[in-house]
Ligand binder design. Structure first.
Ligand code: ADP
Ligand code: ZN
Length: 611
């Protein structure tokens, strides 16, 4: 074990294993099979990369996407680990060279697509000394997984052809059936299943509900201002929204790009490339974006619309903070999204399952208990404590007796004959006097204007709560009109008290972004981390990021391949002034110490001397 930790430090610059990494590695060294379930960012790669370095021969890694392979090979190469990838689009000569390196045992890891691997079963593979086989994104083998790939099912042949070679299958998403299916399909031999906690404590969770489009945009601008120069993703349900948002952000001088399946592959590639290499800060995308993105320094994810299931949501927010550094997530939730998602679910082949998934997602959005507890319990994990890093924990709801308020709303609904939606109800309560309302005669109702004292947004929030508490329900079949439930009638007739949570304006809306369109924001780069403005730490972080960017450009790799955000943060913390001290930084192995130690130490000295 000591030897392995030494390798971990030398090659990756880390001094200890993450949970389960050591156990998985040991299992591989015993030449036995395993299935590894870890959340995105959990550290799956080290589980096979480290034994690949340790063992004689070459590890074969199956990966579904070229982008993923490229990223991993880039990261390994930057750490001085000989790794190669074969893909069909390469020139023949290059392929031959790579194959030779594998046959001679000069490469420690070979990355292949499943098709590529099957194609080499009788050619390259038998000539190699294979140390282990790793199957990444293993859920692709199962029909039950969300990303089934038929090529993956052929991988069962591996156990037959190379019975003595340990196989490790890894995935970030697999429920029970998928899990069993993976082991069966791959014909794993008495596999041990390793399941790590799916908690990602570095991700903050926030939900804003019921905001209109304008308010959402204000909130987004505010949020991005607070995350200046940090990479982030905005997920949208509609393609047109991705383009509209990217254009809007650009008009505020926020470098942004759009990504969706309707763009040409060249455009998509460019968007993705610009984002990965930090040429744009924000990518506005549909769910088509993300699979195969290993960018470790994504600092935030916004959902412009509510996703259709907690699995999707968790996977999408999981793209933030892979490096373990604090990252923020924000989800906008509206009934409009629910209506649309319900339609998708109903039209899907498995409407029952999908509607139930949607229900769970909606309940997550509406909860007033710790959100992380809901997520973890959804994935079958029990937790004893509130997380302290979600909006509910940070700002627990305060309750008051809202019976009268509820009665006003319910009475108005009943007096219209249960024929109105939320907007009309609020207009009646607030006596808006708009033409349609007058036309329908609602201004003559007894409850007209009964809720004048509350602003529109507050009413909307209280109606969401009434829905959630089961006093009213939405009749999706008839244009989303509101119906009073039997429980609601009890409140209406004073048989039951209604406790509501006091409405508070979301912070982002209460303090709108001050910057105006086209007005150039301060050109000075702001720190990634909440270091205090004007401190030596801020200057240091700025300079380190600049140096990292320069090196990345020179070497034509993404900045996070040079050093992760986590490594920069550690440098700011420890302020190493010698090469020896620099080698203690997280993420600094031998190769990076030699390559970058002097320039980074010189820069840190320079900044500290100036201060
Ligand atoms: P996954 O494949 O599970 O999504 P990765 O293997 O990409 O996760 O690891 C996520 C991040 O965590 C990477 O930046 C990686 O370098 C880092 N990491 C992995 N193992 C460790 C460790 N033992 N100590 C510190 N950082 C680690
Ligand atoms: Zn919480």
């Amino acid at each position: 074990m000591k030897e392995l930790i030494q390798l971990l430090k030398n090659f990756f610059g880390y001094t200890s294993f993450r949970p389960l990494q050591a156990e998985v590695i040991e299992r591989i060294l015993q030449k036995r099979d395993s299935l590894v379930l870890m959340p995105t960012g959990g550290g799956k790669s080290i589980c096979f990369q480290l034994p690949a370095i340790y063992l004689p021969g070459t590890a074969v890694v199956v990966s579904p996407l070229i982008a993923l392979m490229k990223d991993q090979v880039g990261g390994l190469t930057a750490n001085g680990i000989p790794a190669v990838a074969l893909n069909s689009s390469m020139p023949e000569e290059e392929k031959q060279q790579i194959k030779q390196r594998c046959i001679q045992g000069k490469a420690k890891l070979l990355y292949l697509s499943p098709e590529g691997l099957i194609g080499e079963l009788d050619w390259l593979l038998p000539q190699m000394n294979i140390s282990l086989i790793a199957i990444d994104e293993a859920h692709c083998v199962s029909h039950w997984g969300h990303d089934f790939r038929p090529e993956y099912t052929q991988l069962a042949v591996l156990k037959e052809r190379f019975p003595g070679v340990p196989v490790v299958a890894l995935t970030a998403t697999a429920d029970k059936i998928t899990r069993l299916d993976i082991m069966k399909q791959l014909k794993l031999d008495d596999p041990q299943v390793f399941i790590s906690s799916f908690d990602r404590p570095n991700l903050s969770l926030t939900v804003h509900r019921g905001l209109g489009k304008k308010e959402k945009i204000t909130a987004i601008l505010h949020f991005i201002r607070a995350h200046k120069e940090q990479s982030g993703i905005i997920y949208c349900m509609k393609r047109s929204d991705t383009e509209e948002l990217a254009g809007l952000l650009a008009s505020y001088r926020i470098p942004a790009t759009a990504y969706h399946a309707g763009l040409s592959s060249a455009l998509r590639e460019k968007s993705q490339d610009d984002f990965i290499n930090d040429r744009v800060e924000v990518i506005c995308a549909t769910i088509a974006f993300g699979m195969g993105i290993d960018k470790s320094n994504i600092r935030w994810v916004i959902h412009y619309n509510m996703p259709g299931s907690i699995e999707n949501y968790y996977q999408e927010i999981g793209r933030a903070g892979r490096d373990g550094v604090k990252s923020d997530t924000l989800l906008f939730y509206s009934l409009g999204d629910v209506v649309l998602q319900r339609r998708f679910a109903e039209e899907s082949g498995q409407s029952e399952v999908n509607l139930e998934k949607l229900n769970r997602m909606q309940r997550y959005c509406e909860t007033d208990v710790c959100r992380r507890r809901i997520l973890l319990s959804y994935f079958g994990e029990e937790t004893e404590h509130d997380c302290g890093n979600c909006d509910v924990c940070r700002n627990p709801p305060q309750r008051f007796d809202g019976s009268v308020l509820v009665q006003k709303a319910l009475s108005a609904i009943l007096r219209t004959g249960e024929r109105i939606g939320m907007q009309m109800l609020i207009d009646i309560l607030r006596a808006s006097g708009r033409a349609e309302l007058i036309h329908l005669g609602y201004h003559t109702l007894k409850t007209y204007g009964a809720g004048r004292d509350l602003p529109y947004k507050a009413w909307k929030e209280y109606l969401y709560q009434m829905l959630q508490l089961g006093y009213v329900e939405i009749d999706y079949a008839s244009a989303g009109v509101l119906k009073v439930t039997p429980l609601g009638r009890k409140v209406l007739f004073g048989e039951k008290q209604a406790l509501l949570a006091t409405y508070r304006e979301p912070e982002a809306i209460a303090r709108p972004a001050r910057e105006k369109r086209e007005k150039k924001a301060s050109p000075k780069a702001r720190p990634i981390y909440p270091v205090k403005a004007g401190t030596i730490e801020e200057t240091l972080m700025d300079s380190l990021r600049q140096l990292r960017r320069q090196i990345a450009q020179q070497e034509n790799v993404p900045a996070y391949i040079v050093f992760s955000d986590d490594a920069l943060e550690d440098m700011v913390d420890k302020k190493p002034l010698t090469a020896g001290a620099f080698s203690d930084i997280r993420g600094v192995g031998k190769v990076k110490l030699e390559k970058y130690g002097n320039v980074f130490v010189a820069l840190i000295r320079h900044i500290l001397n100036k201060a």
